[in-house]
Design a protein around this ligand. Structure first.
Ligand code: G3P
Ligand code: CA
Length: 289
């Protein structure tokens, strides 16, 4: 089916109520409490983008986790931030002759041999780089929600379709999961592709487009997600004045906010979400004032 026709069909079948992102029920001028998202899992307290980081977020009482998805040489989707394995695994010890240790140059079986926790703390030795499938199962088990980042999509042609296929196989595109999934990327092309392929999915663009271009973004993204240091109340308000592809106002999730002062500042700007390595610190700051 053509993407536009699919969009119409999806909207007709799902209805608008099923398409909301957190905070989207607020009208312009209203400010709901921002949704707090555990960045790469609760990554200040467990190795980033691993199953323990997902569990830690749940233990702390957070529903939303963020991750980064890339692809192995043999086409498996894995959860890891950098385009190389060097910083967050022991790949240099296990495969010393394979510099620069790009994720895309290793098979899933090779990556499964690596330790992705020892670099963080000896207590996490033996932790693995999760496949996206393993990761989804853990998120599902914990009744969590997922802000999935398509990382470095220019390195992985077709990765958007592949991610959506996996999500579909795991039932994450079914109606009952609406409201539990947002797909974001620094690549506008990638976000647009996700929207065109699966129009019912809520999407986010990572960055801060000029206000004069926001109307273009509003065709394919529900959220504009800038770094918190680049934000202002005026910008958030400008974003909120646009209506997104699901006929709700565009939202703003700010990253990566790890201290109380910054959390209070961006809350004051009216953001809809705060993405943090220390979600507990953000929650405490928002409760205190
Ligand atoms: O979710 C926002 C944030 O993850 C973007 O930056 O480099 O941590 O993926 P990065
Ligand atoms: Ca990310």
């Amino acid at each position: 089916m053509h993407a536009r026709a699919a969009a119409v069909t999806a909207t007709a079948i799902l209805g608008t109520a099923a398409l909301l992102w957190p905070g989207s029920a607020a009208r312009a001028g209203e400010s709901a409490a921002p949704t707090v998202v555990a960045h790469r899992g609760a990554s200040a307290y467990a190795p980033e983008n691993t199953l323990p980081a997902v569990d830690k977020a749940a233990e702390l009482g957070f529903t939303w986790v963020e991750n980064d998805v890339q692809r192995t040489r043999d086409g498996r989707l894995v959860v890891i931030h950098d385009d190389t394995l060097a910083r967050t695994t022991n790949v240099e010890d296990v495969f010393p002759g394979r510099a620069p240790w790009k994720v895309k140059d290793f098979t899933a079986a090779e990556i499964a041999r690596l330790d992705a926790g020892g670099w963080y703390s000896p207590a996490y030795r033996g932790t693995r780089v999760p496949t996206l499938e393993q990761y989804m199962h853990r998120v599902e088990r914990n009744h969590e929600k997922l802000l999935l980042e398509v990382k470095n999509p220019e390195l992985y042609p077709g990765i958007e379709q592949q991610i959506l296929k996996l999500l579909g196989n795991e039932s994450w595109l079914d109606r009952q999961h609406r409201g539990r999934l947002i797909v974001q990327s620094f690549s506008a092309d990638s976000v647009r592709t996700v929207h065109d392929l699966e129009p019912a999915v809520v999407t986010g663009f990572l960055g801060k487009p000029p206000v004069s271009e926001l109307h273009e973004y509003a065709r394919f993204t529900d959220l504009i997600n800038p770094s918190y240091g680049s934000l202002s109340a005026g910008y958030v308000s400008s974003v909120h004045s646009f209506t997104g592809p699901h006929t709700k106002r565009l939202g703003v999730f700010a990253w990566t906010v790890n201290d109380a002062a910054a959390a209070r500042k961006v809350r004051g700007y009216g953001v809809d979400g705060i993405i943090s390595n220390k979600p507990d610190v953000v929650r405490a700051a928002l409760r205190a004032h």
